[in-house]
Write a protein that binds this ligand. Structure first.
Ligand code: KE4
Length: 427
């Protein structure tokens, strides 16, 4: 007899902090007991009790081609049969770097690593090493992993001095990160006017997906590019989530902005631990062993992860692939909006590429402040009503959702049928 979720969670909490290996999995935001999963296939998850769910988390983005795709599993099995790790160069790593460069032209050189956190942490060190400056600018509501310099929230000061957003981050480190409001071009212009010559880099989610989905206002990304050019700072696009999701070439391709550095992750590893940092050759050549900026990793470019990434990217490059996932995401949000309207519930939704956002408010948010005005309690009730009907949404009102190439008519019908009942309960 499989153990109940409550039992599994109680047992996990005896050995793992909070019973999870990443906080958002603990359902603290939505309440209740997290689902423990046992297997996955295509667009579907199966939990420890055998219940099935349509999956809109996709492991927080990686599962673009669907779970356990036969070609990805076969590539992983073949690689694993040869070796699990070398700690030495392999041709496959070069093949993946070449493929990423072909997808994202701003990547003149690429370094493979194991997580988005590693990639953004290194991007900051590289920006500082290249410019000789110390200050970094980030935006409230954007998440770039858990390195000290990026666990910083807006301070009270006029020029947005950063305060730690986590215990254990010294104030001295947080003070080197300035925090502005996403989409507030006037504010970032004022900051650069005051301190532009001290700024090493600006890191931004070009489409924000960690405060729910928030799109860049027209001109915002262009302003960041112009300000960095004018003041000699580097523009860093954190495309860990948006890469291959917003467009095959990432948000930079969709919006026509060329950053100096880009971080990638999630999809490029196909579900295995793999991320990347890439950008201008003159900057990337500052990285060891060529230059003075150190970065390293025992499992960087691991052959199993690279095999999963290569297989995933090749599938995603198929003709019509992007159009297909974009079309499903658009149909999903249109259907959900129609069901909410039928029930008279204040709700809106939007999609960009194969990502989507759901909001219990009347218009899609364009800022962190507007996101915070959403009706979180209603979202949480909706989340559980959908979960009870076999639809697995991100367990937080402040996360984006993801579709895959495996989502089709059956999944859409199941989702909208569940939503009709769930919205009905909200009316
Ligand atoms: P990882 O270290 O989790 O691989 O990547 C950090 C990261 C960096 N940049 C962006 C834009 C990201 O979205 C992330 C990680 N995203 C979260 C989901 N909101 C991962 C889920 C989790 O923390 O468990």
């Amino acid at each position: 007899m499989s153990q109940t979720p409550d039992h599994l969670f109680e047992r996990a909490r005896l050995s793992i902090p909070g019973g999870v290996n990443s906080p958002v999995r603990a359902f603290r935001s939505v309440g209740g007991t997290p689902v423990f999963f046992d297997s996955a296939a295509g667009a579907w998850l199966t939990d420890s009790a055998g219940r099935r769910y349509v999956d809109y988390v996709g492991s927080w983005g990686p599962m673009l081609v669907g779970h356990t795709h036969l070609e990805v599993v076969a590539a992983v099995q073949a690689a694993a049969a040869k070796a699990l790790s070398f700690g030495a160069p392999t041709e496959a790593e070069t093949e993946l770097a070449e493929l990423l460069r072909s997808l994202v032209p701003s990547l003149e050189l690429v370094r493979l690593l194991c997580s988005g956190t590693e990639a953004t942490m290194t991007a900051l060190r590289l920006a500082r090493g290249y410019t000789g400056r110390s200050l970094i600018v980030k935006f409230q509501g954007c998440y770039h992993g858990h390195s000290d310099g990026l666990l910083v929230k807006a301070g009270s000061g006029a020029l947005t001095f950063g305060n730690p957003s986590s215990a254990g981050v010294p104030a001295e480190i947080a003070a080197l990160t300035l925090v502005c409001d996403y989409n507030d071009t006037a504010q970032i212009e004022q900051l650069f006017a005051a301190r532009g010559e001290e700024i090493a880099g600006v890191i931004v989610e070009p489409v924000a997906g960690n405060m729910n989905l928030v799109l860049p206002r027209p001109g915002f990304l262009e302003a960041l590019r112009a300000l960095c050019d004018r003041h000699g700072a580097l523009l860093i696009f954190d495309e860990v989530m948006t890469g291959l999701r917003v467009a095959p070439g990432g948000a930079q391709a969709r919006y026509g902005i060329r950053p100096d550095l880009t971080t990638l992750g999630k999809v490029i590893g196909g579900g295995l631990p793999l991320a990347a940092l890439g950008g201008r050759r003159d900057i990337m050549e500052k990285l060891a062993p060529l230059g003075p900026v150190y970065q390293a990793g025992t499992l960087s470019g691991n052959p199993i992860a690279v095999a999963a990434g290569l297989a995933t990217l090749k599938l995603a490059a198929a003709p019509g692939f992007q159009a297909g996932v974009e079309a499903y995401a658009a149909q999903l949000v249109a259907g959900l909006v129609a069901e909410a309207k039928r029930a008279g519930v204040a709700f809106c939704a939007q999609s960009v590429g194969s990502m989507f956002g759901l909001y219990f408010r009347s218009t899609p948010p364009t800022s962190f402040a507007e996101v915070m005005q959403s009706d979180v309690a209603r979202f949480n009730r909706f989340f559980h009503a959908m979960l009870a009907r076999g639809i697995y949404l991100a367990p937080s009102a402040f996360e984006a959702g993801f579709v895959s190439a495996a989502h089709g008519e059956a999944e859409l019908a199941a989702t909208l049928a569940a939503a009709r009942e769930a919205f009905g309960e909200q009316a």
